[in-house]
Design a protein around this ligand. Structure first.
Ligand SMILES: C[S@@+](CC[C@H](N)C(=O)[O-])C[C@H]1O[C@@H](n2cnc3c(N)ncnc32)[C@H](O)[C@@H]1O
Length: 534
């Protein structure tokens, strides 16, 4: 240990003992005097490698090790951004990590940004101003990295010099720079002498996750994940996070550029229109109208009134990719248009419907915004009525065309309920089945089954009254919750489902029908017997 380190060590030890012997006047006075004497000696700027080549972090670690055996622990209290250190006793655990805010923030529910401030000592080198840029490039791997932290600091006492701040974790075991960095410094003719630089880390220098980890009870899961919807951050907080919800919302706003409002999903309320119920946690709650881009198209809507999920962008693109120019798309639960609008952009003829008047309003607006309003017919009806009305009418027209090249697609994205709408297809049309390709249905639904594809297929079959074995494909759209998947079943509507059987006329022999249809007729007949009003 060199003379400077010895001074530091004695200063620090005497301070500690002074605290320990507070109740003994004599011992306490001796310690205080020793402390004053050695602290005075320490008022020199450059210390570290001068005498012993052992830099401050190494000594620091040494003290830390020795002091863990004493009742108090080491901490460093320092002046803001100075190179003067004053070791002091602190009744707190040593925080060597630069990513930990001050421990007093634990349990905070109302955000007080000032309370996050913490003084730390970091290693630094002193270099000539004119080579700073080149050195920064070469040393970037070992330089300190913190959000918003200046890593090159002017020397207040020497205009021509700069401090380059280093990451204490990237220093070698004895606290000095590693050999490769020493070589770099040598090539620039710079001394590898390490200086201890005292600085203040503030709220701005910590990441959202570090802030929340410091605030929430130790050991509890912290999440900074959210769905971004324009300027709104959409969170899905767990129960244990709820006491901190407003603070969490504000931290998310502070730490993410462009986010000015944070909302939390409320799971308990089921809405008729399936839009998320939400609570504003922080930020401007008066403006929930936002604008987003998805697959190069723009959508505008009031997020508090309609359904929008940025995690569906891949599914929107997947379905739209199945369509070709001139195809016809019926979007039964269209929302604000993420299937309908890109399909229209592809030159498809689109019939888009939504029951929610707000979705309908924004759907119209988005068609205009993306200049496809002449290609999309928009409806505000219950899905069932839309299927039996405008969709049926257009299907009759399309299926009567002799030389139709285009395909007909029906998208049904209301995963909690859409499968129950499939019965509408039963006997929807009269007459002879068309000789052209029949409509292709893409129906979304949730499954909690261990074999979700089989589950979805069976449920679709039950609603259609026919087997889809070998006639459908089932895609996993996304995993919604640990035990819940969103799936999409696609199939070409079987003619025997879509067309009324001639046998529905009285007296016709049911045994002429395909087996699935016979099954259905038998059930229908049974139903009639049980409930003649149906
Ligand atoms: C899950 S969202 C899907 C919206 C859009 N297709 C998308 O991918 O973002 C379901 C939509 O169905 C609408 N909806 C709910 N019940 C409906 C019904 N009975 N008839 C028609 N639309 C309905 C909701 O308003 C909502 O916009």
């Amino acid at each position: 240990m060199g003379p400077v380190q010895t001074c530091l060590f004695v200063t620090f030890l005497s301070e500690h003992l002074h605290n320990v012997y507070k109740t003994n006047n004599f011992l306490s006075r001796i310690c205080r005097q020793l402390n004053g004497l050695f602290a005075g000696l320490l008022k020199t700027k450059d210390f570290g490698t001068t005498a012993s080549h052992i830099s401050f972090p190494a000594i620091w670690k040494l003290w830390d090790q020795s002091l863990h055996r004493l009742p108090g622990h080491l901490s460093v209290v320092a002046q803001s951004n100075s190179i003067f250190t004053k070791p002091e006793m602190f009744d707190k655990k040593v925080e060597l990590d630069l990513n930990v805010p001050h421990p007093r923030v634990r349990g905070m529910t109302l955000l007080n940004r000032d309370a996050f401030k913490r003084n730390v000592v970091v290693p630094a080198i002193k270099v000539n101003k004119d080579i700073t840029n080149k050195l920064v490039k070469s040393l970037k791997e070992v330089m300190i990295k913190r959000p918003g932290l200046k890593r090159v600091i002017e020397d207040p006492e020497d205009e021509g010099r700069r401090f380059i701040l280093l990451d204490p974790h990237k220093m070698s075991a004895d606290g000095s720079l590693g050999q490769p960095e020493k070589e770099i410094l040598k090539s620039f003719n710079v001394s590898p002498k390490i200086i201890s630089y005292n600085m203040e880390l503030t709220y701005d220098h910590f990441k959202a996750e570090e802030i929340l980890q410091a605030v929430l009870p130790e050991g509890q899961e912290v999440t900074t994940a959210f769905s971004r919807v324009g300027h709104i951050a959409h969170l899905n907080l767990r129960d244990h996070q709820l006491p901190y919800k407003h603070l969490i919302g504000q931290v998310i706003i502070d730490k993410n550029n462009g986010i000015t409002c944070a909302v939390n999903k409320i799971n308990t309320i089921e809405s008729a229109y399936r839009n998320f119920q939400m609570e504003v946690l922080a930020g401007d709650e008066s403006n929930m109208t936002t604008k987003v881009k998805e697959n190069y198209l723009s959508y505008e809507f009031d997020f508090s009134k309609v359904y929008w999920n940025p995690r569906l962008s891949t599914e929107h693109a997947r379905i739209v990719n199945l369509l070709k120019s001139d195809d016809v798309l019926f979007d039964v639960f269209a929302g604000v248009g993420p299937f309908a609008i890109p399909a229209a952009k592809k030159n498809c003829i689109v019939f888009a419907n939504d029951l929610n008047p707000e979705s309908y309003k924004w759907l119209q607006r988005n068609c205009k915004l993306n200049k496809v309003d002449t290609k999309v017919q928009v409806f505000n009806m219950d899905g069932r009525e839309f299927m039996k009305g405008p969709m049926k009418e257009e299907l009759i027209k399309q299926l009567s065309l002799k030389e139709r090249k285009s395909s007909l697609h029906i998208v049904m994205n209301l995963p909690a309920m859409a499968i129950d709408f499939l019965d509408v297809f039963q006997d929807l049309l009269d007459g002879e089945p068309s000789s052209t390709e029949l409509p292709i249905v893409h129906c979304h639904c949730f499954s909690k089954h261990e074999n979700p594809a089989q589950d979805v297929q069976q449920r679709a079959e039950a609603c259609l009254g026919t087997s889809l074995e070998g006639l459908c494909s089932v895609e996993l759209v996304r995993n919604v919750a640990p035990n819940k998947d969103m799936m999409c079943i696609s199939f070409c509507l079987p003619a025997e489902v879509l067309y009324k059987p001639p046998s529905s006329l009285a007296g016709v022999d049911n045994t002429q029908q395909p087996e699935s249809k016979r099954l259905r007729l038998t059930e229908d007949t049974l139903d009639e017997k049980v409930n003649p009003v149906l």
